[in-house]
Design a protein around this ligand. Sequence first.
Ligand code: SAM
Ligand code: SF4
Length: 542
Amino acid sequence: MGGGCAPAPEGSPEGPGASRAAGRLRQALRRSRRIEVRAEPEVPAPVPPAWSACYAPHSTIYFDQVGRARACCQNTGTLLGDVAHQSIREIWDSAEADRLRTALEGGSYDEGCEFCAWQVREGNDEIVFARGYDHLRPTDPRPRWPRRMELALTNTCNLQCAMCNGEWSSAIRSRREHLPPLPRAYDDAFFDELAEFLPHLESVQFAGGEPFLGAEPLRAMEQLAALERPPAVSIITNGTTLTPRVERLVEVLQPHLIVSIDGATTETYDAIRVGAHLPDVLAHLDRFVELVGADHVSITTCLMASNWREFHRTLGLAEARGLDVGVNVVRLPVEHSLYQLGGDELAAVVATLRATEPELTGPRLAAWTSHVDALAHRADLLQRPRPERDRYADEVPGTPVAGPSSRWAWLPFPEVATAGAADPTPAPSAGPEGHFTVDLEGTVSVQRLDPALVVDGSGLDGRSVAELMARLASAFGDPGSWHQATRRAPTDDDRFWLLLNGVEASGDHELIGSARRDGDGSLSGLALVLRPRTREASTAWT
Ligand SMILES: C[S@@+](CC[C@H](N)C(=O)[O-])C[C@H]1O[C@@H](n2cnc3c(N)ncnc32)[C@H](O)[C@@H]1O
Ligand code: SF4
């Protein structure tokens, strides 16, 4: 998924206390301090020169649902380590972490930071994900301790949100994807070592599944609550769960609560956040405000094809309560992403948004403006003359250059099958393979599926190609980070080749596509072959 977490909010609250009384006291103190601060004229602190394109790997460890450690939730390319084989100390001091830090210090986003590279190229610096780590810049470029941890730890979740997937939600994994539960990755040894790291942290973020439901995130919250001087805590939550235990933890930890709300009307919200009901979640939102104060609650929203018409009203829910906001940029699944629309369609969306006069102020208005501007920039780019568009698309995987009618808009790179030769069959490889065809309606048909293939192909036959892409993303990370290493075959416009940078055991795989044509040469679909990377294919088309 192209999103799924949020960087640390700047000016995060100070460490919460270890008891209910201490929590209340802290809340009262914070409120009185806030009044004092407002009375002082603001003196901007001098900003030291930047020495890295991003400070996430210098400051943060992100632990995902299956035990893997990365610098942040967006970097799918560099695995810092895996708790099944390494301690947290070994991961933080690893050669992989050093490589990523060094690359970013040299200004390179090449070590798996494609999401940020893409956002930088989009030209709207204000919403680049990496900027969320700027305030965590350490003084020592190789610090002994991380300043922040982001904990996903489990996919336990009660909802089946339309744009989410089974990696984040156990409910989606079992009911929509019909897959077995993810194995538990974090054992007692992990939590014992975590206890050594927690006192050194300035902030901890819980990122999901649903942190107020998972046993592991709740265990880590209890560990934090037992500390005398815990770090600032932020929790991204769907806002459905407010048990007595959750109330107690919220009162003690006084966290920053980031509540995901993807629509302003019950109709839209309930259709997207399947299993939740907007009035109930708004009641919890208001209770959160009572518990921690409005300055510790924010709303985050996925801006998507299904809810953009309500964007101003969703931000209005925050406006009415004086809350901060965040906006998740959705690139996948394709059918939910505004960034996957063709130029004309996106321009029409932008025109409607621009014609809206939102009654927003402060951070809500800033979020509105920056995200509408980013969409406008995108639409403008897609409407530029063809050669310029193609050059851009070659640089930025994920850019659809085709119009909304494109049959191949779901591919994470430009239109590929427009003309040319007959169905080329790739050379056989020794490893397990998956052979699929996709018809012009986007329906997948499974031709061959070797059992050892790393991608789960069960039940795929007859499903939408979006499902195939979701499963590839599950195994190989965000398609935006795959390499279209050899562009296109120089003499054959009908073929394409994508290198899927696998992490963990999946290794490097390649996806080879070719147009399928009827006897009269008219296009009938795509043939796809997924297999472990072979030297022949990698070199033949460069
Ligand atoms: C995966 S959820 C986990 C936390 C919690 N369950 C929740 O919904 O807030 C974290 C954030 O990712 C967002 N999200 C879900 N699917 C997304 C997608 N396809 N692209 C970008 N963000 C997404 C959610 O809206 C939420 O704000
Ligand atoms: S609440 Fe929705 S977005 Fe969050 S993890 Fe569950 S299904 Fe995904």
